[in-house]
Write a protein that binds this ligand. Structure first.
Ligand code: FEO
Length: 382
């Protein structure tokens, strides 16, 4: 597939994968993107996941039209992109691998070979000329592993962004790019906002007209829009005013409270999203918690703790530096309700959370008093 006259797409589309990284549901699959640059010298940019070697190497050979690759650029060593490095070298023994020092150390661990010998180790700011194309390497540690670098090709104003700006699904732009890209970003890189901010600062010095990431579509228009979303996500600001309601419910009473809160909020004109954490895609619930300005957590007391999916959800927020949001709590307990206390304890390390004063304490089933409390909570969160 042609990206420019001399930059070609040679990636693959994995539609068989059940869970990305063994945890993220990907109903529309995921792509492992790889690129070829044809110039006086030729470069292949990243490989693909292990099962796709045959399809990928055919794509590469088709684009090379009989030429041998001079360089294999390795931006990121996670195996969805790096698994075929050793096999590629078996096919093209004269190729020189170009990567960061940390990546070469990882190659030794993965493949048992020191590929830095005969390769080219690059650091932040180094350039590699292919002829009319020149790649400038930019260190991007923890976006998403420590060895990551991205590269900028000057003549075409193309940023090869590694995992950055990636998303699940095919490599065609769809209307839900932001939802899936947020789910991907928050799930995979969300913990490393400071490092993403640092990369965005470096990227702001570049004139970018095209972003080629390692997953999903190539971005060619409204680059500012995508960069601005990444700025919002990585600085932990909310994207929209609204409330994410996450609940767990064993016999339906806590669910009734969550649904009532949802109705009260909507009556106030507040946008909501509501998730039954026992049944929902956890990564979507976590992603929406970062999207909206407030969250409401409704859960049962369970073994003197909280119901397990709620604990998993809150852990998912905390490990991704959830911060600067309003929080409402609805607790339920038939003899010793303590979910409120447990939730507050779990969220204790999150910065700049504002807890609603309206406390909803359900003893088994919604009382008339609870209904008034929920109405008050809705007003506070709106
Ligand atoms: Fe798509 Fe961090 O690998």
């Amino acid at each position: 597939m042609k990206i420019t006259d001399n930059i070609k797409y040679v990636g693959v589309y994995d539609t068989k994968i059940d869970l990305f990284e063994s945890q993220y549901q990907v109903p529309f699959g995921v792509t492992y993107n790889s690129y070829v640059i044809l110039d006086d010298k030729t470069a292949v940019l990243d490989t693909v996941s292990t099962d796709f070697f045959d399809e990928w190497i055919k794509n590469v050979k088709d684009e090379l039209c009989g030429r041998s690759p001079d360089y294999l650029i390795v931006h990121h060593m996670e195996p969805d992109h790096s698994a075929n490095i050793a096999r590629f070298i078996d096919v093209f023994p004269d190729v020189r691998v170009v990567s960061s020092a940390k990546a070469f150390a990882m190659m030794k661990n993965f493949f048992g070979k020191d590929l830095a010998v005969g390769g080219i180790t690059v650091k932040d700011g180094d350039k590699l000329s292919l002829g009319s194309h020149t790649l400038t390497f930019i260190a991007a540690p923890m976006v998403h592993w420590p060895e990551v670098m991205v590269s900028y090709e000057e003549s075409t104003k193309t940023l090869f962004s590694a995992d950055g700006f990636g998303t699940f699904g095919k490599n065609e732009l769809t209307d839900n790019w932001a939802d899936e890209a947020r789910r991907y970003y928050i799930g995979i890189v969300g913990k490393y906002g400071a490092q993403v901010q640092s990369l965005l600062k470096k990227a702001s010095m570049l004139d970018i007209s095209r972003i080629c990431s390692l997953h999903g579509p190539i971005l060619t228009e409204n680059i500012e829009y995508y960069v601005s979303l990444y700025d919002t996500w990585s600085s932990y600001k909310y994207e929209e005013e609204g409330v994410l309601i996450a609940y767990t419910s064993v016999y339906g009473n806590t669910k009734a409270a969550a649904l009532l809160l949802d109705a009260e909020l909507r009556a106030l004109g507040v946008k909501t999203a509501i998730y039954d954490l026992s049944r929902a895609d956890m990564s979507k619930a976590i992603s929406d918690a970062f999207k909206y300005s407030a969250i409401a957590l409704a859960t049962t007391t369970y073994n003197a703790d909280i119901f397990p999916p709620m604990r998993t959800f809150i852990h998912g927020l905390c490990e991704r530096n959830f911060s600067s949001r309003k929080v409402g709590i609805i607790e339920n307990g038939s003899w010793a309700p303590m979910a409120n206390k447990v939730i507050r304890g779990l969220l204790d390390g999150c910065r700049n959370l504002t807890f609603a004063e309206s406390c909803v304490k359900i003893n088994s089933a919604l009382s008339e008093e609870n209904k008034t409390e929920i109405k008050n909570l809705a007003k506070e969160l709106s």
